[in-house]
Design a protein around this ligand. Structure first.
Ligand SMILES: Cc1cc2nc3c(=O)[nH]c(=O)nc-3n(C[C@H](O)[C@H](O)[C@H](O)COP(=O)(O)O)c2cc1C
Length: 366
């Protein structure tokens, strides 16, 4: 309430990207306050714990890729109650992204349009930064995912080498990795969702994964693939087949949409990825389809338009093991995750579920 009626109107007075950058810079400066903030913003309850492969999440609500692209504020995120976070997208080459303005708020629609275009400091610099933050073999309290994108100047046929560079450079820091082949803001990126290209990319990543795991004497790192919400269901089925054949840990559904402008009341048609409320239903329908098509075998992280506990519950019932938020965090503020987790407990009690894992896919199975 305080955020919505006091801080948000002030924050929303300024340009969206500028506000975002200043907030991140502030949070990274005060990350030493994490232990003090944590009791106010987090919910600890064993009924909320979930696992995907070797990953253990203390609760199912994560921070989606794109909010903290350079991993500047990684130490503060656990204090806001997240069960896991994803940084990035990181690309092999540092790049400035698209011309500004490139992040637009649509408050009437509870939405954002972004065409940032993977602005980030690049794998080398981000690797050095993570090394300094985490030290040798250091870990956050919650799993840290690293979202990898393709450098803009790299052609589709050379994409695998580009992803491999970032994967190898950041391997020791990530608890899991997400191959982002679905941003609408890098030209031709979504081509990598084509069956054969995706197969080749995953083969290259899994070979490197094995090699690095042997070197580090550890298990292979969990790999997720993040898909877009704009493809035909027949193509989604092909993607699912490829992910299962390449032993991918899970799928993240979905990225922002290049379409769905008819859902906007504001009559704005800016190019870029639309996220937030207008995306909610479409993302949930993708999750339900993936869960049903795989009979729950392929773990899903659900993302798109989650603002409330009800929104998160809808995605988990449709088949998501865990969820992520981004636009909802911008609009709802620092208490968002706590509110969602508390609400999930309330909804589970109402419906007689003993833990969150029981909820996963409960509606999609009917
Ligand atoms: C400002 C902004 C930047 C984003 N950057 C990335 C990114 O770098 N990598 C990625 O996989 N997704 C990115 N996304 C997509 C989000 O991770 C998420 O999939 C999408 O916004 C839907 O979730 P939401 O409705 O909760 O925002 C970005 C979204 C926004 C709004």
């Amino acid at each position: 309430m305080i955020y919505k009626y006091c801080f948000r109107p002030l924050l929303f007075l300024k340009d969206a990207e500028e506000t975002h950058e200043q907030t991140l810079a502030f949070l990274s400066r005060v990350d030493f306050l994490a232990p003090i903030l944590e009791p106010f913003f987090s919910v600890s309850d064993s009924r909320l714990q979930v696992g995907i492969g070797p990953l253990h999440f203390p609760n199912p609500v994560g921070l989606a890729g794109g909010f903290d692209k350079n991993g500047k504020a990684i130490k503060i995120w656990p204090a806001f109650g997240f069960g896991f976070i994803e940084i990035g997208a990181v690309t092999a080459l540092a790049q400035p992204g698209n011309p500004k303005p490139r992040l637009i708020r649509l408050p009437k629609d509870h939405a954002l349009i972004n065409r940032l275009g993977f602005n980030n400091e690049g794998a080398e610099a981000i690797g050095a930064h993570l090394g300094a933050m985490l030290g040798n073999g250091g870990r956050l309290k919650i799993p840290l995912g690293i979202n990898i994108g393709r450098s803009k100047v790299v052609k589709t046929e050379d994409a695998a080498a580009d992803y491999l560079f970032t994967f190898e450079r950041l391997y020791s820091f990530g608890d899991f990795f997400t191959l982002n082949v679905s941003s609408p803001n890098t030209p031709n990126l979504r081509d990598l969702q084509e069956k054969n290209l995706l197969k080749d990319l995953l083969a290259a990543i899994q070979t490197k994964n094995q090699e690095l795991a042997e070197k580090e004497r550890s298990g292979r790192k969990p790999i997720f693939v993040k898909v877009d919400p704009d493809m035909e269901i027949s193509q989604l089925d092909q993607v699912i087949d490829v992910l299962e054949s390449r032993q991918v840990t899970g799928i993240i559904a979905t990225n922002a949409t290049a379409f769905l402008r008819e859902k906007l009341t504001a009559g704005i048609d800016e190019p870029g990825g639309l996220s937030g409320k207008p995306l909610r239903e479409r993302a949930t329908s993708f999750i339900r389809h993936i869960y049903q098509a795989t009979r729950g075998r392929l773990p899903i992280i659900g993302v798109g338009g989650i603002f409330t506990a009800e929104d998160a519950y809808e995605k988990i019932k449709a088949g998501a093991t865990a969820v992520q938020i981004l636009t909802g965090f911008v609009y709802e503020g620092p208490c968002a995750v706590k509110r969602i987790n508390r609400g999930l407990l309330r909804l589970m009690e109402r419906d007689g579920f003993k833990n969150i894992s029981e909820v996963v896919g409960s509606e999609a199975r009917n």
